[in-house]
Design a protein around this ligand. Structure first.
Ligand SMILES: Nc1ncnc2c1ncn2[C@@H]1O[C@H](COP(=O)(O)OP(=O)(O)OP(=O)(O)O)[C@@H](O)[C@H]1O
Length: 365
Protein backbone atom coordinates (compact mmCIF):
# COMPACT_ATOMS: atom_id res chain seq x y z
CA UNK A 1 0.00 0.00 0.00
CA UNK A 2 1.20 3.46 -0.80
CA UNK A 3 0.48 7.05 -1.58
CA UNK A 4 0.84 8.46 -5.06
CA UNK A 5 1.50 11.99 -6.20
CA UNK A 6 1.50 13.32 -9.74
CA UNK A 7 3.11 16.73 -10.17
CA UNK A 8 2.55 18.64 -13.41
CA UNK A 9 2.68 15.33 -15.20
CA UNK A 10 2.65 15.81 -18.99
CA UNK A 11 3.13 13.69 -22.06
CA UNK A 12 3.65 15.10 -25.53
CA UNK A 13 3.38 12.88 -28.56
CA UNK A 14 5.27 14.18 -31.57
CA UNK A 15 5.34 17.94 -31.96
CA UNK A 16 2.10 19.19 -30.61
CA UNK A 17 -0.21 16.44 -29.33
CA UNK A 18 -0.48 16.42 -25.55
CA UNK A 19 -1.67 13.02 -24.31
CA UNK A 20 -1.69 14.52 -20.82
CA UNK A 21 -1.05 18.08 -19.73
CA UNK A 22 -0.10 19.32 -16.25
CA UNK A 23 -1.86 16.56 -14.36
CA UNK A 24 -1.70 17.22 -10.60
CA UNK A 25 -3.11 14.69 -8.18
CA UNK A 26 -2.55 13.38 -4.67
CA UNK A 27 -3.81 9.90 -3.93
CA UNK A 28 -4.13 8.74 -0.32
CA UNK A 29 -3.06 5.39 0.98
CA UNK A 30 -5.72 2.78 0.20
CA UNK A 31 -7.83 5.06 -1.97
CA UNK A 32 -9.79 3.79 -4.98
CA UNK A 33 -9.37 6.45 -7.66
CA UNK A 34 -11.11 6.30 -11.02
CA UNK A 35 -9.86 8.19 -14.10
CA UNK A 36 -12.97 8.96 -16.12
CA UNK A 37 -13.42 10.69 -19.43
CA UNK A 38 -14.25 10.26 -23.10
CA UNK A 39 -12.05 8.37 -25.52
CA UNK A 40 -8.71 10.10 -26.07
CA UNK A 41 -8.84 12.28 -22.93
CA UNK A 42 -5.53 10.95 -21.58
CA UNK A 43 -6.57 8.35 -19.01
CA UNK A 44 -4.42 5.54 -20.36
CA UNK A 45 -1.47 7.83 -21.05
CA UNK A 46 -1.51 9.02 -17.43
CA UNK A 47 -1.86 5.48 -16.11
CA UNK A 48 1.02 4.25 -18.26
CA UNK A 49 3.24 7.06 -17.01
CA UNK A 50 2.49 5.95 -13.44
CA UNK A 51 3.38 2.38 -14.41
CA UNK A 52 6.57 3.48 -16.15
CA UNK A 53 5.42 2.15 -19.52
CA UNK A 54 5.31 5.61 -21.07
CA UNK A 55 8.15 8.09 -20.97
CA UNK A 56 7.29 11.30 -19.11
CA UNK A 57 7.74 14.56 -21.07
CA UNK A 58 7.48 16.84 -18.04
CA UNK A 59 6.59 16.51 -14.37
CA UNK A 60 6.97 13.87 -11.72
CA UNK A 61 5.53 10.61 -10.44
CA UNK A 62 6.02 10.13 -6.69
CA UNK A 63 5.18 6.81 -5.04
CA UNK A 64 5.31 6.72 -1.24
CA UNK A 65 7.31 9.93 -1.20
CA UNK A 66 9.93 8.61 -3.61
CA UNK A 67 10.47 10.10 -7.07
CA UNK A 68 10.04 7.17 -9.49
CA UNK A 69 9.66 9.24 -12.69
CA UNK A 70 12.69 7.62 -14.29
CA UNK A 71 12.59 4.27 -12.51
CA UNK A 72 11.99 1.20 -14.64
CA UNK A 73 8.51 -0.35 -14.36
CA UNK A 74 9.37 -3.50 -12.40
CA UNK A 75 11.11 -1.48 -9.69
CA UNK A 76 8.04 0.67 -9.04
CA UNK A 77 6.14 -2.12 -7.28
CA UNK A 78 2.94 -1.49 -9.19
CA UNK A 79 0.70 -4.11 -10.80
CA UNK A 80 -1.27 -3.43 -13.93
CA UNK A 81 -4.40 -5.21 -15.15
CA UNK A 82 -5.39 -4.55 -18.75
CA UNK A 83 -8.57 -4.66 -20.75
CA UNK A 84 -7.35 -7.79 -22.52
CA UNK A 85 -6.69 -9.75 -19.35
CA UNK A 86 -3.70 -11.67 -20.62
CA UNK A 87 -3.72 -14.93 -18.73
CA UNK A 88 -1.34 -17.58 -20.03
CA UNK A 89 -3.39 -20.26 -21.78
CA UNK A 90 -0.89 -23.09 -21.34
CA UNK A 91 -0.72 -22.71 -17.54
CA UNK A 92 -3.25 -23.71 -14.92
CA UNK A 93 -4.89 -20.99 -12.87
CA UNK A 94 -2.54 -21.90 -10.01
CA UNK A 95 0.54 -21.51 -12.20
CA UNK A 96 -0.74 -18.30 -13.72
CA UNK A 97 -0.89 -16.76 -10.26
CA UNK A 98 2.33 -18.38 -9.05
CA UNK A 99 4.43 -17.49 -12.08
CA UNK A 100 5.42 -13.92 -11.16
CA UNK A 101 6.26 -15.12 -7.64
CA UNK A 102 8.48 -17.90 -8.98
CA UNK A 103 10.27 -15.31 -11.09
CA UNK A 104 11.06 -13.57 -7.83
CA UNK A 105 12.54 -16.82 -6.50
CA UNK A 106 10.16 -16.95 -3.61
CA UNK A 107 10.16 -20.23 -1.57
CA UNK A 108 7.52 -22.73 -2.73
CA UNK A 109 5.58 -22.89 0.52
CA UNK A 110 5.31 -19.12 0.63
CA UNK A 111 4.11 -19.07 -2.99
CA UNK A 112 1.51 -21.70 -2.13
CA UNK A 113 0.25 -19.62 0.77
CA UNK A 114 -0.07 -16.46 -1.33
CA UNK A 115 -1.76 -18.21 -4.27
CA UNK A 116 -4.39 -19.67 -1.95
CA UNK A 117 -4.83 -16.37 -0.17
CA UNK A 118 -5.44 -14.31 -3.32
CA UNK A 119 -7.53 -17.07 -4.92
CA UNK A 120 -9.80 -16.91 -1.90
CA UNK A 121 -9.93 -13.13 -2.11
CA UNK A 122 -11.23 -13.19 -5.68
CA UNK A 123 -13.23 -16.39 -5.12
CA UNK A 124 -11.51 -18.77 -7.52
CA UNK A 125 -10.24 -21.34 -4.95
CA UNK A 126 -12.20 -24.08 -6.74
CA UNK A 127 -10.65 -23.29 -10.11
CA UNK A 128 -6.92 -23.51 -9.37
CA UNK A 129 -6.38 -26.71 -11.36
CA UNK A 130 -8.21 -25.55 -14.48
CA UNK A 131 -6.76 -24.05 -17.62
CA UNK A 132 -8.00 -20.62 -18.83
CA UNK A 133 -9.88 -22.24 -21.74
CA UNK A 134 -12.07 -23.94 -19.13
CA UNK A 135 -13.10 -20.65 -17.55
CA UNK A 136 -15.72 -17.99 -18.25
CA UNK A 137 -14.69 -14.44 -19.15
CA UNK A 138 -15.41 -13.21 -15.63
CA UNK A 139 -13.40 -16.05 -14.09
CA UNK A 140 -10.46 -15.31 -16.39
CA UNK A 141 -10.57 -11.69 -15.35
CA UNK A 142 -10.50 -12.77 -11.73
CA UNK A 143 -7.39 -14.86 -12.45
CA UNK A 144 -5.73 -11.75 -13.88
CA UNK A 145 -6.71 -9.83 -10.75
CA UNK A 146 -5.41 -12.57 -8.47
CA UNK A 147 -2.10 -12.61 -10.33
CA UNK A 148 -1.80 -8.84 -9.97
CA UNK A 149 -2.71 -9.01 -6.28
CA UNK A 150 -0.26 -11.85 -5.56
CA UNK A 151 2.80 -9.68 -6.01
CA UNK A 152 1.47 -7.35 -3.29
CA UNK A 153 1.90 -4.19 -5.32
CA UNK A 154 2.14 -0.80 -3.72
CA UNK A 155 -0.35 0.45 -6.27
CA UNK A 156 -2.87 -1.41 -8.39
CA UNK A 157 -3.36 0.05 -11.89
CA UNK A 158 -6.33 -1.10 -13.94
CA UNK A 159 -7.03 -0.05 -17.51
CA UNK A 160 -10.67 -0.73 -18.40
CA UNK A 161 -10.40 -4.23 -16.90
CA UNK A 162 -14.12 -4.93 -17.24
CA UNK A 163 -14.78 -3.73 -20.75
CA UNK A 164 -14.42 -7.17 -22.37
CA UNK A 165 -17.15 -8.62 -20.19
CA UNK A 166 -20.82 -8.71 -21.05
CA UNK A 167 -23.06 -6.05 -19.48
CA UNK A 168 -24.44 -8.19 -16.67
CA UNK A 169 -21.07 -9.59 -15.66
CA UNK A 170 -19.55 -6.12 -15.72
CA UNK A 171 -22.01 -4.95 -13.12
CA UNK A 172 -21.36 -8.03 -10.99
CA UNK A 173 -17.59 -7.63 -11.25
CA UNK A 174 -17.88 -3.99 -10.18
CA UNK A 175 -19.34 -5.07 -6.88
CA UNK A 176 -16.73 -7.81 -6.55
CA UNK A 177 -13.85 -5.47 -7.33
CA UNK A 178 -15.11 -3.04 -4.75
CA UNK A 179 -15.35 -5.84 -2.20
CA UNK A 180 -11.83 -7.01 -3.09
CA UNK A 181 -10.57 -3.49 -2.65
CA UNK A 182 -12.28 -3.33 0.72
CA UNK A 183 -10.53 -6.56 1.78
CA UNK A 184 -7.07 -5.66 0.45
CA UNK A 185 -7.09 -1.92 1.03
CA UNK A 186 -4.72 -1.58 -1.95
CA UNK A 187 -4.27 1.89 -3.41
CA UNK A 188 -5.96 1.58 -6.80
CA UNK A 189 -6.16 3.64 -9.98
CA UNK A 190 -8.90 2.42 -12.28
CA UNK A 191 -9.45 3.76 -15.80
CA UNK A 192 -12.85 3.76 -17.45
CA UNK A 193 -15.00 5.80 -19.83
CA UNK A 194 -18.15 4.40 -18.23
CA UNK A 195 -19.51 6.95 -15.79
CA UNK A 196 -21.78 4.56 -13.93
CA UNK A 197 -18.81 2.24 -13.38
CA UNK A 198 -16.86 5.20 -12.01
CA UNK A 199 -19.70 6.37 -9.77
CA UNK A 200 -20.28 2.93 -8.30
CA UNK A 201 -16.67 2.12 -7.46
CA UNK A 202 -14.64 5.25 -6.80
CA UNK A 203 -13.69 6.90 -3.54
CA UNK A 204 -12.80 9.84 -5.77
CA UNK A 205 -13.28 10.37 -9.49
CA UNK A 206 -10.80 12.26 -11.66
CA UNK A 207 -12.75 13.60 -14.63
CA UNK A 208 -10.48 14.24 -17.64
CA UNK A 209 -10.84 15.93 -21.00
CA UNK A 210 -8.22 16.73 -23.66
CA UNK A 211 -5.38 15.54 -21.44
CA UNK A 212 -6.40 17.75 -18.52
CA UNK A 213 -8.19 17.24 -15.24
CA UNK A 214 -11.60 18.92 -15.19
CA UNK A 215 -12.57 17.95 -11.64
CA UNK A 216 -11.47 15.69 -8.82
CA UNK A 217 -14.07 14.72 -6.25
CA UNK A 218 -16.21 12.06 -4.63
CA UNK A 219 -19.02 10.63 -6.78
CA UNK A 220 -21.41 12.98 -4.96
CA UNK A 221 -19.14 15.99 -5.59
CA UNK A 222 -18.92 15.44 -9.32
CA UNK A 223 -22.63 14.66 -9.61
CA UNK A 224 -24.19 17.32 -7.40
CA UNK A 225 -21.47 19.95 -7.59
CA UNK A 226 -20.13 19.51 -11.12
CA UNK A 227 -17.35 22.02 -11.69
CA UNK A 228 -18.42 22.91 -15.21
CA UNK A 229 -20.75 22.17 -18.10
CA UNK A 230 -18.53 19.35 -19.37
CA UNK A 231 -18.58 17.43 -16.07
CA UNK A 232 -22.31 18.02 -15.55
CA UNK A 233 -22.96 16.74 -19.06
CA UNK A 234 -20.63 13.75 -18.87
CA UNK A 235 -21.84 12.41 -15.55
CA UNK A 236 -25.40 11.14 -15.18
CA UNK A 237 -27.84 9.22 -17.40
CA UNK A 238 -29.87 10.53 -19.07
CA UNK A 239 -27.53 13.51 -19.25
CA UNK A 240 -28.14 16.90 -17.69
CA UNK A 241 -30.44 19.24 -19.65
CA UNK A 242 -28.75 22.55 -20.41
CA UNK A 243 -30.54 25.76 -21.25
CA UNK A 244 -29.04 29.04 -22.30
CA UNK A 245 -31.20 31.63 -20.56
CA UNK A 246 -31.54 35.38 -20.35
CA UNK A 247 -31.43 36.99 -16.94
CA UNK A 248 -34.42 39.27 -16.56
CA UNK A 249 -34.51 41.59 -13.55
CA UNK A 250 -37.87 43.14 -12.75
CA UNK A 251 -39.22 44.81 -9.57
CA UNK A 252 -36.76 42.99 -7.35
CA UNK A 253 -37.54 39.66 -8.95
CA UNK A 254 -35.09 37.74 -11.10
CA UNK A 255 -36.25 35.41 -13.84
CA UNK A 256 -34.21 33.10 -16.07
CA UNK A 257 -35.97 32.97 -19.39
CA UNK A 258 -35.74 31.60 -22.89
CA UNK A 259 -38.43 31.11 -25.53
CA UNK A 260 -39.92 28.13 -23.71
CA UNK A 261 -38.96 28.27 -20.05
CA UNK A 262 -39.43 30.79 -17.27
CA UNK A 263 -37.72 30.13 -13.94
CA UNK A 264 -38.30 32.49 -11.05
CA UNK A 265 -35.08 32.58 -9.06
CA UNK A 266 -35.82 31.78 -5.41
CA UNK A 267 -34.70 34.29 -2.73
CA UNK A 268 -32.12 31.84 -1.44
CA UNK A 269 -30.00 31.89 -4.59
CA UNK A 270 -30.64 35.44 -5.79
CA UNK A 271 -27.28 36.56 -4.40
CA UNK A 272 -25.50 34.16 -6.79
CA UNK A 273 -27.06 35.86 -9.80
CA UNK A 274 -26.55 39.34 -8.29
CA UNK A 275 -22.82 38.70 -8.14
CA UNK A 276 -22.75 37.42 -11.71
CA UNK A 277 -22.58 40.44 -13.94
CA UNK A 278 -23.85 39.12 -17.28
CA UNK A 279 -27.15 38.99 -19.12
CA UNK A 280 -26.98 35.35 -20.13
CA UNK A 281 -26.40 32.21 -18.11
CA UNK A 282 -26.36 28.45 -18.65
CA UNK A 283 -28.79 26.53 -16.47
CA UNK A 284 -28.21 22.80 -15.96
CA UNK A 285 -31.06 20.66 -14.67
CA UNK A 286 -30.70 16.93 -14.20
CA UNK A 287 -33.64 14.92 -15.57
CA UNK A 288 -34.70 13.75 -12.10
CA UNK A 289 -34.89 17.35 -10.91
CA UNK A 290 -37.55 18.24 -13.46
CA UNK A 291 -40.84 17.42 -11.79
CA UNK A 292 -44.24 16.92 -13.35
CA UNK A 293 -46.81 18.96 -11.47
CA UNK A 294 -50.51 19.88 -11.42
CA UNK A 295 -49.74 23.33 -10.15
CA UNK A 296 -49.95 25.80 -13.01
CA UNK A 297 -48.28 28.56 -10.96
CA UNK A 298 -45.05 26.74 -10.18
CA UNK A 299 -44.66 25.29 -13.70
CA UNK A 300 -41.61 26.47 -15.64
CA UNK A 301 -43.01 25.10 -18.89
CA UNK A 302 -45.99 23.22 -20.30
CA UNK A 303 -45.47 20.85 -23.20
CA UNK A 304 -46.71 17.80 -25.06
CA UNK A 305 -44.88 14.53 -24.34
CA UNK A 306 -42.86 13.32 -27.32
CA UNK A 307 -42.05 9.82 -26.11
CA UNK A 308 -42.07 7.84 -22.88
CA UNK A 309 -39.32 5.31 -22.21
CA UNK A 310 -40.44 2.94 -19.44
CA UNK A 311 -37.52 1.66 -17.36
CA UNK A 312 -39.38 -0.40 -14.78
CA UNK A 313 -38.17 1.43 -11.70
CA UNK A 314 -38.85 4.81 -13.34
CA UNK A 315 -39.86 6.31 -16.67
CA UNK A 316 -37.90 8.66 -18.91
CA UNK A 317 -40.10 11.25 -20.54
CA UNK A 318 -38.90 13.28 -23.50
CA UNK A 319 -40.40 16.56 -24.60
CA UNK A 320 -39.28 18.86 -27.37
CA UNK A 321 -38.67 22.52 -26.61
CA UNK A 322 -37.85 24.15 -29.94
CA UNK A 323 -35.10 22.01 -31.39
CA UNK A 324 -33.98 20.73 -28.01
CA UNK A 325 -35.03 17.38 -26.57
CA UNK A 326 -35.49 17.66 -22.81
CA UNK A 327 -35.53 14.55 -20.65
CA UNK A 328 -37.42 14.09 -17.42
CA UNK A 329 -37.02 11.14 -15.08
CA UNK A 330 -40.36 10.48 -13.37
CA UNK A 331 -41.35 7.79 -10.85
CA UNK A 332 -42.80 4.57 -12.30
CA UNK A 333 -46.36 5.72 -11.48
CA UNK A 334 -48.57 7.40 -12.56
CA UNK A 335 -47.95 6.26 -16.12
CA UNK A 336 -47.60 8.88 -18.83
CA UNK A 337 -48.02 8.53 -22.58
CA UNK A 338 -47.02 10.30 -25.78
CA UNK A 339 -49.03 13.42 -26.76
CA UNK A 340 -50.17 14.01 -23.19
CA UNK A 341 -49.67 17.63 -22.10
CA UNK A 342 -47.64 17.98 -18.91
CA UNK A 343 -46.72 20.88 -16.67
CA UNK A 344 -43.18 20.79 -15.41
CA UNK A 345 -41.48 22.45 -12.46
CA UNK A 346 -38.05 21.90 -10.97
CA UNK A 347 -36.24 21.28 -7.73
CA UNK A 348 -34.68 24.73 -7.42
CA UNK A 349 -32.14 23.59 -4.86
CA UNK A 350 -30.58 21.23 -7.37
CA UNK A 351 -30.44 23.66 -10.27
CA UNK A 352 -26.89 24.18 -11.57
CA UNK A 353 -25.77 27.57 -12.87
CA UNK A 354 -22.81 28.06 -15.19
CA UNK A 355 -21.01 31.09 -16.57
CA UNK A 356 -22.07 31.55 -20.18
CA UNK A 357 -18.47 32.25 -21.32
CA UNK A 358 -16.23 30.06 -19.16
CA UNK A 359 -18.87 27.34 -18.60
CA UNK A 360 -17.66 27.08 -14.98
CA UNK A 361 -20.13 26.58 -12.19
CA UNK A 362 -21.13 29.73 -10.33
CA UNK A 363 -20.06 29.74 -6.69
CA UNK A 364 -22.61 29.70 -3.93
CA UNK A 365 -25.19 27.21 -5.20
N1 LIG B 1 1.57 6.65 -29.30
C1 LIG B 1 0.88 7.77 -29.55
N2 LIG B 1 1.23 8.62 -30.53
C2 LIG B 1 0.54 9.76 -30.76
N3 LIG B 1 -0.55 10.12 -30.07
C3 LIG B 1 -0.98 9.31 -29.09
C4 LIG B 1 -0.29 8.09 -28.79
N4 LIG B 1 -0.94 7.48 -27.75
C5 LIG B 1 -1.98 8.30 -27.44
N5 LIG B 1 -2.00 9.37 -28.22
C6 LIG B 1 -2.96 10.51 -28.17
O1 LIG B 1 -2.98 11.00 -26.85
C7 LIG B 1 -4.32 11.31 -26.43
C8 LIG B 1 -4.68 10.56 -25.17
O2 LIG B 1 -4.73 9.16 -25.45
P1 LIG B 1 -5.10 8.07 -24.34
O3 LIG B 1 -4.90 6.73 -24.93
O4 LIG B 1 -4.38 8.38 -23.08
O5 LIG B 1 -6.65 8.35 -24.12
P2 LIG B 1 -7.72 7.54 -23.28
O6 LIG B 1 -8.43 8.56 -22.46
O7 LIG B 1 -7.09 6.43 -22.54
O8 LIG B 1 -8.68 7.01 -24.41
P3 LIG B 1 -9.44 5.58 -24.56
O9 LIG B 1 -10.58 5.60 -23.59
O10 LIG B 1 -9.90 5.63 -25.99
O11 LIG B 1 -8.44 4.51 -24.30
C9 LIG B 1 -5.21 10.98 -27.64
O12 LIG B 1 -5.41 12.18 -28.34
C10 LIG B 1 -4.37 10.03 -28.45
O13 LIG B 1 -4.68 10.10 -29.82
Amino acid sequence: MATLELINLSKRYGKNVWGAKNVNLKVNNGEFIVFLGPSGCGKTTTLRMIAGLEEVTEGKVIIDGKDVTYLEPRKREVSMVFQSYAVWPHMTVYDNIAFPLRLRKMPMDEIDKIVKEVAEMVKIEELLKRFPSQLSGGQRQRVALARALAVKPKIFLMDEPLSNLDAKLRVKMRTELKAIHHRTGATTIFVTHDQSEAMSMADRIVVMRNGKIEQVGTPDDVYFYSANVFVAGFIGTPPTNFFKMNIVRNNGEIHLKNNYIDIKVPEKIKHVIEKYNKDEIIVGIRPENLLITDDEKSAIFREKILVVEPQGSHQVIAVELGDQIVKIVAPAFPKYSADQIIKVTLDHERMMLFDVDTESRLEGI
